[in-house]
Design a protein around this ligand. Structure first.
Ligand code: ITT
Length: 193
């Protein structure tokens, strides 16, 4: 089955394709001639995921889905949350985002944080949403080279290493995105709208 994924993030694409498996072929916006950045102007993950999926559906008429993810840090009142991509700068600068996060947590004892992913799926124009959460904590310096974004700073509960020290399969087995995508797969395989 071919399905369109509304992302410009190559890391996400690889993670999602690994969970979906060979039975699904992901198409990207670029494959459909859409090269501009897809707008994300809502103030919730749910709103942005829906906005991104509708943006593609309106232009292609194809079944599609979008993922919006945020890192929610307890001591920062849930920030960066929906602003995770542009926390430090207007671009998607992972290093600067991580530096700002560490600065904002300097001297803070409560390091609890979670990643939350919301996936919006449009099947035959009908919308479904799925949520995946992983709880953990932010350490005080970056460790590891795998993954992307805030992965080098995030240690999931029950583990003593960061997401950036895990193999892609290990991260997917417990991650926010892995959990949300497995619900998406179940819906796609159920075969009815
Ligand atoms: P698309 O909107 O094109 O899918 P994006 O990078 O803008 O890509 P999001 O808005 O969903 O994706 O993600 C916001 C930021 O949160 C992202 O830029 C990363 O810094 C961070 N992030 C998302 N998923 C992550 C993960 O699995 N591990 C670490 N950081 C992640």
């Amino acid at each position: 089955m071919k399905i369109l994924f509304a992302t410009n993030n190559a890391h996400k694409l690889a993670e999602v394709q690994a969970v979906l498996g060979d039975g699904f072929q992901l198409l990207t916006p670029r494959d459909c001639g859409i090269t501009e950045e897809i707008p994300e102007t809502c103030d919730t993950l749910e709103g942005n995921a829906s906005q991104k999926a509708h943006y593609l559906y309106d232009r292609t008429g194809l079944d599609c889905f979008a993922d919006d993810t945020g890192l929610e840090v307890a001591a920062l009142g849930g920030a960066p949350g929906v602003h995770s991509a542009r926390y430090a700068t207007d671009g998607h600068n992972f290093i600067k985002n991580n530096e700002l996060l560490l600065r904002n947590l300097e001297g803070v004892a409560d390091r609890r944080a979670r990643f939350r992913t919301v996936i919006a799926l449009l099947l035959g124009g009908q919308e479904y949403q799925f949520e995946g959460i992983v709880e953990g904590r932010i350490i005080d310096h970056a460790i590891g080279c795998e993954g992307f974004g805030y992965d080098p700073l995030f240690v999931p509960d029950g583990f003593s290493k960061t997401f950036a020290e895990m193999t892609p399969d290990e991260k997917n087995s417990i991650s926010h995105r892995g959990r949300a995508v497995r619900q998406l797969v179940a819906r796609l395989k159920s075969g009815f709208y």
